[in-house]
Design a protein around this ligand. Structure first.
Ligand code: PFF
Length: 467
């Protein structure tokens, strides 16, 4: 039996998406999350605004696009969790199973990311509660800072919400693809878009819109450092959920006749629009209320309550916003958990529920370190143990995010794309992309072989000071 027939016969052990739309919604649901609305504005704020945004957009299109196509392709050919898919494909294409380690780096990154992602998602749940109980009314800048400060200072409050968020995520994953994943994304994504548009209108009319937009769109290249370029690339990987294996995993549930390029284009377009939209909502409010764009992870929790405060019935909007943000976080968290759970089901023959609970418990425990990094361990940093550069000077949470987003995701994304474009036989990748004209296929292959890998490597080299 040749490889091609072999692949035709392979099917996922966990079922398939019921339609192209649900696949798009699930991947868009994975891509759109806290990364777009919480992380993008604060990272852009910390890295000088416009120039960062420009570099981020370049990374999305020339690095993110070919890598996302590669990852979906690998998943659909492997039809297993990312580790096993890479093992099978490595064996088929090259007689080498070592490619499974690429899947493993991805899964480990997912572990780390979900451990802190869940804590931040917990913050959104807490803000939802504050909104509906009217505790965010009559705010001024200082009260907003103090409410946020109280939350981060309290390990127990954060623990309660982190636990709650992990339980929801585990519960949905236990239900499987159709009843769990699909149902939740169909419900949650459209609502989020609607509320962002309402908020945009608010920013246009009430915020310092031009100051916000100028900050976001006018590049000041004097602010660009190799570190900010690395942060822009890391954010491109993070926001598109690349390098973690979750796109490989979701690709494994994609029916054979669906267009990979078509779906990727839609997903990337939606994700980028939402991030820019979030920036345009948040920065005008930042400037209007005299906050600082460099306020870090607390940025949306400081800005939005202040803005909502000014609208009549604002608490309804703010409740809606935070709950929808939590929904967006859930659809991303599902994609962070699913690959490890699928790995456990396929390799240990445990039930889906048992696997989800075991993996969920491990991730939940790791989340303690993020919680403590905002209070009892806030002074701790690695550079006290051994000397290190500025990248490592932040809190444990900053370090986790740096290792996972800026190092592990680009590294495994790079290896996924090298496999798809260099190791996989041309006829196999052509077979996966058979719906597009040869010229577009050639463009993908060229970008995946040269542009994306060279881009990632250059950014790495400049960040560690070699070029
Ligand atoms: N893309 C998600 C976001 O922007 O919030 C986060 C994420 C999900 C990162 C899945 C990585 C991942 F594999």
């Amino acid at each position: 039996m040749n490889n091609h027939q072999d692949n035709q016969e392979r099917s996922s052990l966990h079922g398939q998406w019921s339609s192209r739309l649900t696949f798009i919604l699930a991947v868009t649901g994975s891509a759109i999350g806290l990364g777009n609305i919480w992380k993008f504005p604060y990272i852009a704020g910390e890295n000088g605004g416009g120039a960062f945004v420009l570099i981020y957009l370049v990374c999305i299109f020339i690095i993110g696009f070919p890598i996302m196509v590669s990852e979906i392709m690998l998943g659909r050919r492997g039809r297993r969790n990312p580790i096993t898919s890479m093992k099978i494909l490595g064996q088929e294409e090259q007689g080498n199973e070592a490619w499974k380690y690429v899947g493993l780096i991805g899964l480990m990154a997912g572990f780390i990311i979900l451990s802190y992602y869940s804590v931040i998602a917990g913050w959104t749940l807490h803000y939802f509660k504050l909104s509906i109980f009217g505790e965010l009314s009559n705010l001024d800048n200082e009260t907003a800072q103090s409410i946020f400060g109280q939350l981060t200072a309290s390990a127990s409050t954060q623990l309660i919400y982190h636990t709650f968020f992990m339980l929801i995520t585990i519960g949905i994953i236990s239900k499987g693809i159709k009843d769990g994943l699909e149902r939740s994304v169909k419900l949650m994504m459209p609502g989020l878009l609607l509320i962002l548009i309402i908020l945009l209108l608010y920013s246009v009319f009430q915020g310092d819109f031009m100051a916000g937009v100028n900050f976001l769109l006018i590049p000041d290249f004097s602010k660009v450092t190799p570190q900010s370029v690395l942060a822009a690339m890391g954010q491109a990987f993070f926001t598109l959920s690349l390098g973690m294996g979750c796109i490989v995993m979701y690709g494994a549930y994609l029916p054979k006749n669906e267009s990979i390029i078509g779906t990727t284009t839609t997903i990337i377009f939606c994700d980028t629009m939402i991030a820019l939209l979030a920036g345009m909502v948040i920065f005008p409010i930042v400037f209007q209320f005299g906050l600082k764009p460099t306020d870090g992870p607390g940025l949306i929790f400081l800005t939005l309550p202040l803005a909502f405060n000014e609208i009549t019935g604002g608490y309804i909007f703010s409740g809606l916003f935070f709950i929808l943000l939590a929904f967006a976080a859930i659809t991303s968290a599902l994609s962070l958990l699913e690959p490890s759970v699928a790995w456990m089901i396929e390799n240990k023959s445990y039930s889906r529920t048992k696997s989800a609970f075991i993996i969920g418990l491990l991730i939940w425990s790791l989340g303690f370190l993020t919680i403590f990094s905002f209070n009892i361990l806030s002074e701790f940093n690695f550079c006290e143990i051994r000397s290190c550069n500025d990248d490592w000077k932040g809190t444990l949470f900053d370090n986790f995010d740096h290792i996972a987003s800026n190092i592990m995701l680009p590294l495994s994304g790079l290896l996924f794309t090298i496999f798809a474009s260099w190791v996989m036989k041309r006829k196999h990748s052509m077979d996966e992309l058979s719906d597009i004209p040869t010229s577009v296929y050639k463009l993908w292959r060229f970008s995946a072989r040269y542009i994306a890998p060279i881009g990632v490597i250059l950014v790495f080299l400049s960040a560690i000071g070699i070029i």
